[in-house]
Design a protein around this ligand. Structure first.
Ligand code: F6R
Length: 586
């Protein structure tokens, strides 16, 4: 969701903020802004639109001073426009606030503040925070006390950055929304919603707990825990480099991240799964919770566990509360960001019921990893494209390793270890063909993806990839389900993409493909089986892999198809409309 960055130190704050905000653009946003304070007071620039356009129009770098806050907004309360963009200020223009999350009691607070004579200028929930701090200052409290008093009134979720004119310090607070402190080399401190925002300046971070409030000056941080007492929080050194968050000569992050999957897979395959195996072995009834793409990885995990004769259920994070059994003794939470609100809520519910938590995530120090009993890091480096690509295959790799290690499936582990080089070979072979196919498909409007067994989550993920970046209609079905309804939508030239590997399910897939052809569909068949490939109007020949590994392998050409079709349509694959990289609201 929103991206936040704060800086205090010897550099021009506007430069640091602009750079940091450009590094969190991938989170998705519709407006941006910054506030900088100097000896001459506090100045603010904000507007609707993309960072580079706002900068071209207003020139952020004209803001002078060494203390500031920056923000990219993904609208929740109030349409995207200049007055709803962050930072928000109080009546006197002396307090500026940036916020990620939702202040759930903002209506009550606003009424109370309006009653006291405060004038509001936006439709946002955030603005109440600036006025609450103003009230505290008015009542004679010093800056830290006014901030603490204001934060104590808030209900909901927040990562907050607060700047008060004339104060040589910044304030921040977090509750159920990501926020980390960065320690500069000499006399400078940072904070941000995201590690990549600060990689250009530091790799040394301090992790905040839920409910923490902190004060930063250029020399360091003072942190107060939820109990109000001063607290020490753990340092974190990350080995991500700024280059890992660059495009490496590619036009978009998405294609860079698709093509680097043989490498990132090798790294995910070497993840330490020991803690996870221990938890999984001792669990009687594991639940697997996740959202979006990560949920499709959860389905693959359920598939593998069932195949191994182990009970397990995969739940969509936001549905866990309604569908759970309440006997789950382990919750496996899969989330690339480790910050997805729906997944975290499910984890907290399961914990209340006594379940242990195993996290599978990419982000060291994320909220999920800190609330878990054990964490397996997929270790694929920062994923900057909004849509998940290498984190999906990274999650799958870790899931295979976890389940195969638990079962002592040596052959499975060997096949998995050989995957990175097979994947590279396959990418080399299919990339050009998929690009040509994308050019042919970009004018079609409706797409169906079908498969069976372990291929079905892959079909679901392929359809999600296509719709989220091309904005075209795409649906995925277990192939046998077509005849129970959706087949009525098939007419001449509707593309149906069949993920149809050889093996025990191939004969039934062949029948399903024929059913579609009989209704005039344009069949695109992905298979290692020659006779199945011949059924396709278009065919992508794939190498043979075991059934378990189908989602890991077959998703790559599907990611490429979505990417190249998006380019054909002239859209931006890295920042699709309405989407955010980490979804921190329920
Ligand atoms: C799709 C995508 C989303 C995420 C979902 C969960 O490309 O990225 O569907 O998979 O929002 O996010 P995480 O994995 O961070 O919990």
């Amino acid at each position: 969701m929103c991206g936040i960055i704060g800086y205090i130190g010897h550099r021009r704050a506007s430069e640091v903020l602009l750079h940091g905000l450009s590094q969190v653009e991938y989170r998705g946003y519709d407006s941006a802004g910054m506030v900088v304070s100097s000896g001459h007071g506090m100045r603010l620039i904000k507007d609707k639109g993309k960072l580079r356009d706002i900068h071209a129009k207003h020139n952020f770098l004209q803001l002078e001073g060494g203390i500031g806050l920056g923000h990219t907004r993904w609208a929740t309360h109030g349409e995207p426009c200049e007055r709803n963009s962050h930072p928000h200020s109080d009546c006197l223009g002396k307090v500026a606030v940036v916020h990620n999350g939702i202040i759930e009691n903002h209506r009550v607070l606003k009424e109370e503040l309006v009653g006291k004579g405060h004038r509001f200028t936006s439709d946002t929930d955030t603005e109440v925070v600036a006025h609450l701090v103003e009230e505290g200052l008015k009542s004679g409290a010093d800056a830290p006390a006014a901030v603490k008093k204001a934060v104590a009134r808030l209900e909901g979720t927040y990562a907050l950055g607060i700047l008060i004119a004339g104060e040589n310090r910044l304030f921040l607070a977090r509750r159920h929304a990501p926020l980390i402190i960065g320690r500069g080399k000499k006399d400078e401190m940072f904070f941000a919603s995201d590690i990549p925002a600060l990689l250009g300046y530091t790799r040394d971070f301090i992790l905040l707990n839920e409910g923490d409030i902190a004060q930063l000056d250029s020399r360091g941080a003072i942190i107060w825990g939820a109990d109000g007492k001063e607290a020490v929080r753990p340092p974190l050194h990350v080995n991500w480099t700024p280059q890992m968050a660059q495009k490496d000569g590619h036009d978009y992050f998405m294609i860079k991240e698709i093509l680097e999957q043989p490498l990132t897979l090798a790294s995910a395959v070497s993840a330490d799964v020991t803690g996870g195996v221990k938890l999984l072995k001792s669990a009687k009834y594991p639940a697997i919770v996740a959202c979006g793409t990560s949920y499709y990885a959860a389905l693959v995990m359920q598939f593998l566990l069932h195949k191994a004769g182990r009970p397990a259920s995969a739940y969509i994070g936001s549905e866990y509360a309604s569908w759970r059994m309440r006997g789950e003794d382990l919750v496996v939470a899969i989330s690339q960001s480790g910050e997805t609100a729906d997944t975290l809520t499910a984890v907290r519910l399961a914990k209340e019921d006594g379940a242990k938590v195993l996290a599978i995530t990419n982000v060291v120090g994320s909220t999920l990893s800190r609330e878990a009993d054990a964490t397996i890091y997929i270790g694929v480096g920062p994923e900057v494209g909004v849509v998940a690509t290498k984190t999906f295959t990274g999650q799958l790799a870790v899931i295979y390793k976890l389940v195969y290690t638990m079962n002592g499936n040596k052959a499975g582990l060997e096949e998995l270890a050989a995957m990175p080089s097979h994947m590279q070979k396959m990418l080399d072979e299919v990339q050009g063909q998929v690009k040509q196919l994308a050019a042919l498909m970009a004018k079609r409007k409706n797409f169906f993806f079908i498969s069976r067994g372990a291929g079905w989550p892959c079909a679901l993920e392929a359809a999600l990839k296509l719709k989220e970046i091309t904005y075209l209609h795409a649906e995925a079905y277990a192939a046998g389900e077509l005849k129970h309804g959706p087949i009525s939508m098939l007419e001449d030239k509707v593309p149906v993409i069949a993920i149809a590997p050889s093996g025990p399910l191939a004969a039934k897939m062949e029948s399903n493909i024929r059913e579609c052809k009989a209704r005039g569909a344009s069949m695109i068949v992905l298979s290692d089986d020659k006779s199945l490939l011949q059924e396709g109007e278009y065919a992508l020949s794939m190498p043979a892999v075991s059934e378990d590994l189908v989602p890991l392998f077959y998703i790559l050409p599907m990611q490429l198809l979505a990417y190249y079709m998006t380019l054909e349509l002239g859209r931006d694959p890295d920042q699709p409309r309405n989407l955010a990289k980490s979804v921190t609201v329920e």
